[in-house]
Design a protein around this ligand. Sequence first.
Ligand SMILES: Nc1ccn([C@@H]2O[C@H](COP(=O)(O)OP(=O)(O)OP(=O)(O)O)[C@@H](O)[C@H]2O)c(=O)n1
Ligand SMILES: C[C@](O)(CO)[C@H](O)COP(=O)(O)O
Length: 228
Amino acid sequence: MPRHYAIVPAAGSGSRFGAEKPKQYLDLLGRPLIFHTLAALTAHPAIERVWVVLAPDDPWWPRYDWSELGPKLETVRCGGATRAESVGNGLQAAALAAADDDWILVHDAARPCLSRQMLDALCDKLADDPVGGILAVPVADTLKRADDQQRVTATEPRDGLWQAQTPQMFRYGRLVEALEKHNAVTDEAGAIEALGLKPKLVRGDSTNLKVTFPADLALAAMILRGRK
Ligand SMILES: Nc1ccn([C@@H]2O[C@H](COP(=O)(O)OP(=O)(O)OP(=O)(O)O)[C@@H](O)[C@H]2O)c(=O)n1
Ligand SMILES: C[C@](O)(CO)[C@H](O)COP(=O)(O)O
């Protein structure tokens, strides 16, 4: 039986958020934001280990107590210059434990509202899938293309368009190969697609937001508070 492992890239600087520290350490309901992300993953019974990929010089991580998250958690200080590089380095760190057929769930540190139901849906729907896949939501709004004056030049059809989320779940061996060959990607699915494969889209929902801008943090707090 393949095992399930998670890799959490957490080596970003949060430049679009523009806070005094990387957004993964900002306060969210009394905890660092990333605590919620990691809690969702460590609490899932199918996930055996969670590697958190930190920037080599991250001064923030040691300032908090993570013991509540239990023994599944392991930090590796091998974050790279891009998200893809951080994930690739995290995969190398996992090499001693993971076999080629094991499932790797890559999940952004900056998505703290991942729910047990979403994780179950992803793992269940992909259990027998030959490729793997990702959580995603169909695009709901009308799409406008803009010129450099921020004026609309076209209304784009949204049929068949989905917004990619994480976790993104692929077999260890294939994901290593994909990212070694194609690392100019913004998500793991992009690297798998570049191998000529078609990842499955598993429908999630918009509560699994990525905290990118300040307004997202307030939304995340509302979502998590509503679940208590
Ligand atoms: N070199 C990088 C860049 C990003 N990430 C991680 O990838 C996830 C998604 O990236 P994003 O939201 O873009 O985070 P940042 O790079 O921190 O934000 P920004 O692009 O605004 O600087 C985050 O959990 C981030 O910490 C990473 O591990 N290594
Ligand atoms: C992986 C991701 O979260 C899917 O939406 C996203 O691609 C990360 O990209 P970003 O450009 O770093 O925000």
